[in-house]
Ligand binder design. Structure first.
Ligand SMILES: NC(=O)c1ccc[n+]([C@@H]2O[C@H](COP(=O)([O-])OP(=O)(O)OC[C@H]3O[C@@H](n4cnc5c(N)ncnc54)[C@H](OP(=O)(O)O)[C@@H]3O)[C@@H](O)[C@H]2O)c1
Length: 368
């Protein structure tokens, strides 16, 4: 076992093992401590293989009220969710404030929290510049992947969240599909490789965080990071879902496996597409043939007594390297339904048919 894994495993285990393990077993989640014994794989310990993502709670896709956000958090918590992922970017601080409103009333040792660095928020003088959020907070943002920028960003997040520590820090959207960067993303990457990455390793060694990695929508930035730094866990969004997964299987997972880096899967429903919404990821494009492919998979799911959203969540969680899936939710019922989906047993014949009809890769691991 390499040393950084030992550190993370030990610190997260100590903090959570006593109360949380038996609590989560009651909800039917995988017990992470058992998991290690089963697989003999060392990994960043999360309370379960399931968490809550903070895009919708930060007014992603459409506005969410404070009350809806609070209820969604309460619903997720009641259903047993204890891993939460947010970002300063989501609603320009809104998601973190809403997560904090709920989480600051919980015991800190009872949950694991991830947030992100890379954008510093500043009060906007007039209207904030155009951004992806619906009714975001009145802030503007500046990219800052330097060492001091990372410290500042984490401090700002703690203030918004109203808590005293963050467990996992993802370097956010340092990636070619980021419209602010595009082909220049490598310039930002160079800054992060000298600044954010060594600084986060230092913060881990100082015991301020438990681990760090990238939070991105493309594979390349993670592969580049593996060459120059020593991340613990990366959030890979939109790259490992029922709809699209070959590239991650071919290139991302083996490279991460070799370096002992875990994966958290973001956007396991492709931003709601696999829950039946006609919206695929974040860029307003619907790839050709995807609706038809979804229709075929959905019919098969129904034939085997399940639904496509359930199959999608379990599919994304299946590879051993995946330590959690984190669908976003706006309503308590969505959160509860997603937790329930992780407990359903899906017949193996369903996955066999998906392979037979070439709807998924034959190399993709099936949920056990
Ligand atoms: N670069 C990065 O680091 C990055 C990028 C993307 C995502 N992420 C992380 O990954 C998380 C998940 O991604 P995401 O939230 O964008 O997309 P997602 O999890 O693929 O889909 C979430 C959307 O699906 C719909 N949904 C969820 N559960 C449902 C249910 N039970 N029934 C019906 N509809 C349901 C909701 O749509 P409506 O809200 O329209 O109802 C929800 O907002 C994010 O929240 C974020 O934490 C990180």
């Amino acid at each position: 076992m390499n040393n950084r894994r030992k550190f993370i495993n030990k610190s997260l285990k100590l903090g959570m093992a006593v109360g949380m393990t038996s609590y989560l077993q009651g909800f039917g989640f995988n017990n992470p401590l058992d998991e290690k014994e089963k697989t003999n794989r060392t990994r960043v310990k999360l309370p379960s293989n399931f968490g809550l993502g903070g895009v919708a709670i930060g007014n992603g896709f459409r506005p969410t009220t404070d009350e809806q956000a609070q209820q969604a958090m309460e619903g997720a918590w009641e259903a047993g969710v204890r891993f939460f992922d947010t970002s300063p970017w989501y609603g320009l601080g809104l998601s973190e404030r809403r997560f904090g409103r709920f989480l600051h009333n919980q015991k800190r040792e009872d949950y694991v929290l991830a947030t992100k660095v890379g954008r510093i928020l500043k009060a906007a003088r007039d209207a904030p510049r155009n951004n992806s959020w619906k009714d975001a907070s009145p802030f503007d943002y500046e990219y800052d992947y330097t060492a001091s920028g990372v410290r500042r960003s984490i401090e700002d997040s703690l203030q918004r969240l109203g808590i005293n520590r963050i467990d996992i820090v993802f370097i956010h959207d340092l990636s070619p599909e980021n419209g602010d960067m595009k082909a220049n993303w490598k310039d930002y990457f160079k800054v992060a490789a000298k600044g954010a990455m060594p600084e986060l390793t230092k913060m881990k060694e100082e015991g301020l965080i438990k681990g760090w990695g990238l939070g991105v929508n493309r594979i390349e930035p993670i592969l580049e990071t593996l060459k120059v730094a020593d991340p613990d866990v990366c959030l890979s969004a939109t790259q490992y879902s029922l709809m699209y997964h070959e590239d991650a299987l071919e290139r991302l997972f083996p490279a991460c496996e070799e370096k002992g880096v875990d994966i958290v899967v973001g956007a396991p429903l492709n931003a709601g597409f696999l829950a039946g919404i006609d919206r695929y990821n974040y860029w307003g494009e619907m790839p050709e043939g995807f609706k038809e492919k979804r229709e075929k998979m959905s019919k098969l799911a129904i034939k085997y007594g399940t639904d496509l959203r359930t199959a999608a969540l379990q599919f994304s969680a299946a590879p051993e390297i995946v330590t959690a899936v984190i669908p976003g939710t706006r309503y308590p019922d969505q959160a509860k339904a997603n937790v329930e989906s992780m407990k359903v047993k899906i017949p193996q014949a369903f996955w066999e048919e998906l392979v037979e009809y070439k709807l998924i890769s034959e190399k993709a691991p099936w949920p056990k």
